[in-house]
Design a protein around this ligand. Structure first.
Ligand SMILES: Nc1ncnc2c1ncn2[C@@H]1O[C@H](COP(=O)(O)OP(=O)(O)OP(=O)(O)O)[C@@H](O)[C@H]1O
Length: 465
């Protein structure tokens, strides 16, 4: 449907207005009367909201009228939604928070959302966070969706204290960029995983989840309001039961007590049996699994759409949003000043290419120094919080014989600290001068790099002017 003209939509109580807007299109939406919300955040009465590259739903508990203008938004009003079950979940979580704030800290809701791709997990996380914040709670948002990270660049895991509602137009990244520009909120703690899916390197992924769990415990010990508000964990979409090992690990490490399984009966049933098995010998079952229906509004996003979404997320990390722009600054860095590392063996040649009889000696947590050359052009690198050994120099490794010519194995330096190192920020390699042996790196923080050990991942991003 093409609709450039302004149109009014009336919603009865319990209905939602669903729309899909492509990246090249824009719609403007205004609440004319009544009350309405987008994934749990209330629309203001006079505000005009602009959406581009977004699929969403404006839901109304009491009924409302909206004015919408723009093109190609495939809009319709739906009467059947899973909102009743979602609000019931929220109320149950809120009761647990009340118990926790009353002194029973073990009651604090520690919620993980799992389910297939495009089942609405991130949208549900956003809704539950917004409902919690609207009740003066300060939940932690734990993002284990490595491919589609919400609060920072992809290929990471992170935890963010959520104290304000998530931005209606700019979502999770809007929440973060507004922190830098206009609102005082805590920024996420981030770890560079460097691979796309948890199953690509489960050993490393589990190590990072343990780090994250330790950081959460530290925060909870210092901040009872946050501890009592609990946490909401978003995960990568998968129904492949053979790949649920990382989910099981995270359930234990983060002491999840409520597992929400969205939109997949089989996954619910299998996970429920696993939870039963995990609680064998314990006085009581620690994790309750709840089955939730997928919203009929969720949209299956194809690879191109996801790529555009990822690109926008990275752009917003470096340049903010349209409403709250950030400036990024170029910094020139000599090769000899930095070390770029990679963790994990998937950057190596596959085992099948090894000579017969040879076995792989590498592990999932092997750390490699990356040769500083043009292969790093456009890479998004994490600046870690670890110190560089004083005697480290560029490209100290010996040539690796296993096939991947961009990777060298360090012989001199012990980089074990890099496994599980926290990312204090990200830079984008925007220029490489092989004659002068230097990079130009762009970062939203001006000045010299605060630390000199960087972690590479799978993410490349090219700034399109
Ligand atoms: N009720 C709804 N109406 C319209 N669009 C929706 C609705 N709920 C979710 N969406 C959209 O559907 C898409 C998939 O939703 P979402 O990102 O929440 O799924 P997910 O399960 O987290 O996906 P992933 O597989 O990436 O983990 C998104 O574009 C989201 O904005």
């Amino acid at each position: 449907m093409t609709a450039t003209a302004k149109k009014e939509w009336s919603l009865n109580p319990g209905e939602e207005f669903r729309f899909e807007v492509g990246f090249k299109n824009t719609i403007e939406l205004k609440l004319l009367s009544g009350h309405a919300e987008l994934f749990g955040a209330e629309l203001g009465p006079e505000a005009t909201y602009t959406f581009s590259g977004f699929n969403g739903a404006i839901f109304s508990w009491q009924g409302c009228t909206l004015s919408v203008s723009g093109d190609n938004h495939n809009a319709y009003v739906a009467g059947e939604t899973p909102m009743d079950s979602y609000i019931n979940v929220h109320m149950a979580l809120q009761q647990l928070r009340v118990r926790a704030h009353g002194g029973d800290m073990d009651a604090a809701p520690r919620v993980m959302i799992v389910g297939p791709e495009d089942s609405g997990k991130t949208s549900l996380a956003r809704l539950l966070l917004n409902y919690a914040v609207r009740m003066d709670q300060k939940p932690l948002f734990v993002d284990l969706d490595t491919a589609g990270a919400s609060m920072t660049v992809p290929g990471t895991v992170s935890v963010t204290p959520v104290t304000k509602t998530i931005d209606i137009e700019d979502g999770f990244m809007g929440y973060i960029t507004s922190a830098a520009v206009s609102r005082p909120v805590d920024l996420p703690l981030v770890w560079q995983y460097g691979h796309e899916l948890p199953s690509d390197n489960p050993v490393l992924f589990n190590i990072l989840v343990n780090k994250l769990a330790a950081a959460i415990d530290k925060r909870a010990a210092a901040d009872k309001a946050t501890a009592g508000s609990g946490l909401i964990v978003d995960t990568h979409g998968s129904t492949d039961i053979s790949k649920l090992e990382t989910i099981e690990h995270a359930i234990k490490a983060l002491r999840i007590n409520t597992l929400l399984v969205v939109g997949n009966e089989r996954m619910y049933s299998l996970l429920n049996s696993r939870l039963e098995a995990m609680s064998q010998g314990l006085p009581q079952r620690e994790t309750t699994a709840i089955k939730l229906a997928k919203s009929g509004g969720t949209v299956d996003r194809d690879a191109v759409y996801r790529q555009q979404q990822t690109s926008r997320t990275i752009k917003q990390y470096f340049y903010g949003t349209t409403r709250e722009p950030l400036t990024s600054f170029p910094t020139v860095v000599n090769f000899k000043e930095i070390s770029v590392l990679r963790v994990g063996e998937d950057v190596r040649a596959p085992s099948s290419t090894l000579p017969l009889g040879e076995t792989r000696k590498l592990t999932d947590t092997s750390v490699f120094e990356v040769e500083l050359d043009e292969s790093l052009f456009h890479s998004v690198l994490a600046v870690t919080d670890i110190a560089r050994p004083a005697d480290a120099s560029a490209n100290p490794g010996v040539e690796d014989t296993e096939g991947d010519d961009t990777v060298k194995t360090s012989t001199n330096n012990d980089w074990s600290e890099a496994v599980g190192a926290q990312a204090i920020g990200f830079v984008n390699v925007t220029k490489i001068d092989m004659e002068k042996n230097r990079f130009t790196m762009t970062s939203p923080v001006p000045g010299r790099l605060p630390k000199q050990v960087l972690l590479d991942g799978h993410v490349k991003w090219m700034e399109v002017v």
